[in-house]
Design a binder for this molecule. Structure first.
Ligand SMILES: C[S@@+](CC[C@H](N)C(=O)[O-])C[C@H]1O[C@@H](n2cnc3c(N)ncnc32)[C@H](O)[C@@H]1O
Length: 231
């Protein structure tokens, strides 16, 4: 049975999943555009849980957000601190601001697939305790149980074609198949959720759930939802 630490070890190392700098740039630009309709009226406080490279943080800060970046991979905090040093409105939160209920928006984008199912109720409860009553949790890029690797490959190639890094994507896919990510995906697998199943976990953690009509992420076959924290 995989544990949370198995995937975290991968994310703490040299991540091979992004095929080029252009891929990373297009990825975070796409996330920002998909999130734009969900941003609260400024000023607002946003916690990005599992933020990864967090390249959209400056765009969020420019929209009036106080951006708190949190990633459980131990080496990430230092990288993020160096990257965003001196940029007003961006903070690296090594500890989750639980219990304060002062965030307007929490992002959980493309993270669920790396978290064992049994850990999710506790995580949702911690994230709710960061949110103001009525604050919103955006869960993005949810992988459904019947999705195979092929759908992800096709989605990446389409995205790469549109965004001008198709050859890099082909080379990157070959690398990924032989990489730690490829080995771990076939060995550990990714956690998958049906929307009704995850809706029930969110409801039990004190959220009202509304599926989104679009995905926060380039893969159209993945799903996203908005969960509003009850008082
Ligand atoms: C695919 S990246 C997503 C990054 C960013 N949210 C995005 O959408 O681009 C997955 C992130 O989840 C984090 N992560 C992986 N396993 C985790 C776990 N068990 N608990 C918390 N975060 C985890 C990793 O450190 C990594 O930054």
């Amino acid at each position: 049975m995989p544990t949370a630490g198995d995937w975290l070890d991968y994310w703490d190392g040299d991540v091979s999943l992004y095929v080029s700098p252009r891929h990373l740039e297009a990825h975070y630009h796409g996330l920002f555009e998909a999130l734009r309709p969900l941003l609260p009226t400024p000023p607002f406080t946003l916690l990005d849980y599992g933020c990864g490279e967090a390249l959209m943080a400056p765009a969020l800060a420019a929209r009036g957000a106080r951006v708190l970046l949190h990633d459980a991979a131990p080496s990430r905090a230092e990288v993020l601190r160096r990257r965003f040093a001196g940029i007003a409105g961006i903070e690296v939160a090594e500890e989750l601001p639980t219990g304060r209920r002062d965030c307007d928006l929490v992002l959980l984008i493309s993270v669920l697939q790396y978290i064992p199912k049994a850990d999710l109720p506790g995580l949702f409860e911690r994230l709710r305790s960061c949110l103001k009553p009525g604050g919103r949790l955006v869960v993005g890029d949810i992988l459904a149980p019947d999705t195979g690797v092929l759908a992800d490959v096709v989605a990446l190639l389409r995205f790469a074609w549109r965004e001008g890094f198709f050859l890099d994507a082909l080379r990157g896919l070959l690398r990924t198949l032989r990489s730690d990510y490829g080995r771990m995906r076939s060995h550990l697998g990714l956690t998958t959720w049906r929307l009704d199943e995850i809706g029930a976990v969110l409801d039990a953690a004190g959220f009202d759930v509304e599926p989104l009509a679009w995905n926060i992420g380039h893969a159209g076959h993945r799903r996203s939802l908005v969960a509003t924290a009850r008082a």
